[in-house]
Design a protein around this ligand. Structure first.
Ligand code: HEM
Length: 378
């Protein structure tokens, strides 16, 4: 095991505990990475001004820098520091936080879900991004297409993608740009208008890039939250009954799953100035792998960290990050996942008929479900 393989390993959590026991911030010479595994180290790195989101020599990954996906990537708040992060965040976060939960629920519930693994795929990957597209004013057919294009775009964020996937990401970016240009011109959506007001007129490229960013940030992370909540139901067969009998338990389940088995297992920071963090000396050019999932299970952060507890007083979690890059979509993600789980639980799916494996990734923990072949009756 290593801290990157851990993201998609069946049980990375005892390994994370061994990393914490060896020291919260240690250097891994094989990976050439600092590894932050304790809650204290994760918090210190994410809040340190000398630890930034992109390496100084490569603000945009070389593999995509020359195409439209690279130009969008280079404008994302998630991938920037200073004004190019602060301005889009200030323009977008208040609008996201004001989204009405009932509107989200209605949008999720308006979509028909097929039974079995196909329905789960829709619920995890198509549904959440379609909801965000619909909130920005796209009609249902376009929202679905936009969701699929976002699936192609997010490939440009992963170093595991091959040339064909990167080509598809560039093509999808062109289409997303056209969709958003037309949407902005229509001037008929209150959320988009509110967000647009926060951007200067000359900043349309940044506005559109960061709207695409909302879709791409939703796509994998929310798929993982929904999938990992389903895995919790598969692992504890009493849970589906508990939730069906008392749907108010869906919220506590989701917030506990996002702590216990988060969809974003790690993130990275790059050191731009010499600094000392928890007694370790870090130098410009160093990179830190920040194990959010390990910090959540640090007993210093949460007592009984390895147990799924619906009633957990003062639950603390790094699953949505911390510091100035903290996720502005947390409430929206939980709202979408809640409405989705509500439908799935109500339908009493045959969870025993599902097989699953994690989607290959260096940081996201997203189960993909398939239907088990039904044994033929003799
Ligand atoms: C379960 C679902 C989600 C999870 C686990 C999640 C997690 C995260 C994390 C960990 C970060 C910080 C990354 C870092 O500091 O390196 C982040 C940032 C971000 N997230 Fe989310 N996210 C989720 C859903 C969403 C949704 C639904 C949206 C918007 C519609 C969103 C928008 C963003 C944006 C724009 C950023 C960048 C913020 C910045 O750089 O200032 N996320 N998210």
């Amino acid at each position: 095991m290593d801290p990157i393989i851990a993201a998609t390993h069946t049980d990375p959590y005892s390994y994370y505990a061994s990393l914490r026991a060896a020291g919260g911030l240690t250097f891994d010479p094989q990976l050439n990475l600092w590894i932050a595994s304790s809650a204290e180290a994760v918090c210190a790195v994410l809040r340190h001004p000398a630890c930034v989101v992109r390496p100084a020599h490569e603000p945009v990954p070389k593999a995509i820098a020359e195409g439209p996906a690279g130009r969008v990537f280079g404008r994302l708040m998630r991938m920037n520091e200073g004004e190019p992060q602060r301005c889009p965040k200030a323009a977008i976060a208040p609008g996201l936080q004001a989204i009405d939960r009932q509107q989200v629920e209605a949008l999720v519930k308006a979509r028909f879900l097929k039974d079995g693994a196909e329905g789960l795929h829709q619920a995890q990957f198509i549904g959440p991004t379609s909801v965000v597209a619909a909130l920005l004013g796209f009609n249902p057919a376009d929202s679905r297409l936009i969701s699929e294009l976002t699936g192609d775009f997010v490939a440009c964020l992963s170093p595991l993608s091959d040339a064909t996937q990167l080509d598809a990401a560039h093509r999808a970016t062109e289409q997303l740009l056209t969709f958003f240009r037309e949407r902005i011109e229509a001037q008929d959506n209150p959320l988009l208008a509110r967000i647009g007001q926060g951007f200067a007129d000359a900043d349309t490229n940044s506005l559109i890039a960061n709207l695409i960013g909302l879709l791409s940030q939703t796509y994998e992370a929310t798929a993982g939250l929904i999938g990992n909540a389903l895995l919790a139901l598969i692992r504890d067969p009493a849970l589906p009954h508990t939730l069906r009998a008392d749907p108010t338990q869906i919220s506590p389940l989701l917030v506990e799953v996002q702590r216990l088995d988060p969809s974003v297992q790690n993130t990275r920071r790059f050191v731009i100035a010499p600094c000392e963090i928890l007694g370790a000396m870090l130098n410009p050019g160093d990179a830190v792998l920040v194990l959010l999932a390990s910090a959540n299970r640090d007993p210093q952060l949460n007592p009984q960290p390895d147990v799924l507890l619906l009633e957990r007083p003062n639950r603390r979690s790094f699953s949505f990050g911390t510091g100035h890059h903290e996720c502005p979509g947390q409430a929206l993600a939980l709202g979408i996942a809640h409405a989705t789980l509500d439908i799935l639980v109500e339908r009493a799916p045959r969870l025993d008929r599902l097989a699953w494996r994690y989607r290959p990734s260096i940081n996201a923990r997203i189960p993909l479900f398939s239907d088990r072949p039904v044994a033929k009756a003799r």
